[in-house]
Design a protein around this ligand. Sequence first.
Ligand SMILES: [Cu+2]
Length: 163
Amino acid sequence: MRRGSVFFLLAVCAVPSGVYAAAMPATMVVTNPWSRVTASAGSAAVVYLTLRDNGLPDRLTAVSTPVAAHADLHVSRMVNGVMDMDPAGPLPLKPGVPLSFSPDGYHIMLTGLTHALAAGEQFPLTLQFVRSAPLTVTVTVQPMSYMPPDASGMGAMAGMKMN
Ligand SMILES: [Cu+2]
């Protein structure tokens, strides 16, 4: 059976990566992870990115980075005309539906920065999922004036409480 032998070959090829059999290979794609310059060490920073799940349904459970004592998933919401935020997550990921972090929605909050973030600096950020293997991406620190190409709700940062 030709069909059967092809299937068998695929099964054999999958064996060398058997260590990671519980995880899915390279199905999470992160676009434009970025943050902004900060005034000092110890202060807070926010990371935005777009996450696309090209595999099976999954959930983003946690984030971490060596440049901050804490990295947390937050969601912004308008309360009495002021942008406030709450802890969020795990965040559900639907295959093929991008999850965009933005000033008026989900963001990654970094607190207890080890040093002030300077424009042009880059640092690693690791995303953890229920099913997929952890994914480490490189965040670029942008100047205060930076707006991402696909920014929406641009004025939302103004009233956001950062501490
Ligand atoms: Cu926040």
